[in-house]
Design a protein around this ligand. Sequence first.
Ligand SMILES: [Zn+2]
Length: 477
Amino acid sequence: MPYIQFLGAAGTVTGSKHLINTTYDSSGKQGFQALIDCGLFQGQKEWRERNWQDTPVPAREIDAVVLTHAHLDHCGWIPRLVKEGFRGPIYATQSTIDLCSVVLPDSGHLQEEDAAYYNKRKVSKHDPALPLYTLEEAQDCLKRFKPVAVGQTMQLSSELAFRFVRAAHILGSCMAEVTLQTNGRTRRLLFTGDIGRVRDSVIAPGKVVHSGPQENETADVLVMESTYGNRQHPETDPRPELARLIRETAERGGSVIVPAFAVERTQKFLFILKELMETGQIPRVPVYCDSPMAIRAVEIFMKHSEEYTPQAADLIRKYGSPVDWPGFTFALTAEQSKKINESHYPSIIVSSSGMVTGGRILHHLAQRLPDPKNLVIFIGFQAPGTRGAIIKGGAPEVKIFGQFVPIRAQVAALEQFSDHADPPEMLEWLRTFKNQPGTTYLVHGEPAASSQLRDRMKKELGWNVQVAEYMERVEVK
Ligand SMILES: [Zn+2]
């Protein structure tokens, strides 16, 4: 019997890895094995340690990877999978491949920097501390990527095919509709990856991709994310509040620090800042976009304008490329990055990583968190255990580079920038399904989020819903 095994993002929001095996044979014969997503575990140590463990199925026995989108918790383990012996193709949309060509080498670079830092300080129990993968290894794995157009059917084996449909989560993001044909039966498996905002209005400002996930789906098995399963996004326009927070910080001589995923979320946020400045709602303080991949990320963002909503396309037409905006600086070298820290004038610093798990944001926060004049704004999901979640949760201090840094700066969070659907939106989308899936497995959520969404789906839709467990293997009947 074919099965799905949840190798990650089960019981947590990171490390997405769902294995499909077309035939499970008790004699040990393996069928075709495809991995839907291959993400990095982030956050709590218990999960991060799994990045260092081998896959339960040897990497060389996995035949293909289908990648839903370019967030690290979905693609960040690919270089390691290749390092462990995976030799198959990795299918993704062209926009996802373009994003990965920036995101994955950057992740490798960060891994190397972290290992070097631990070795210098001798604070790792591993001697020497090694990177999970290097920049070069990350670049190398890009050769395995194969572009697949949205809607195009891709035959993986005689039994397994898939096509991408829009997920409306980030640039290039898609769900994978998988068709499985074994023993004369056809089953449809839908893997949502991350689901974007369903409604496109002021409550999801700056939304860049389409107007919502693909509607009218059919599925025998649905594997669905549940990041925001127990929370609802505010229904207010965040821009007035954002403007007020920035104005107040600038008036007291402080700086605004915004941890943001370097690709897409950052660009979306920059356009909102630009608009607030041009309409006189915030002062024209210098804006630093501090990420080694910032300029390349802008290029990718501008290249794929076909994916934007009319509202976002309008902003792009009106203001052009952020690289050319006066007062906006894109830092590239470590020296340029350090210069930002020497400035004592109010400024806005947008830097990654978005959950403060690594990257240049660490330096900016280590420097500015102790000063109550400053403001930190979170505009994305913070996985439990990450420094982002610790700061956002109101902790008095946070450990950065082995030192406890006191948190005296103002901390704010604007949930409206989320690129994930909330429960009312998810239910709205699920109601467009043409059939009731035999089973829905909830993944990519903290236990409380997944179980609340399960209860709600059972009650409001009457569907058979289960929360997937880490390493659990479920038969596709
Ligand atoms: Zn995502």
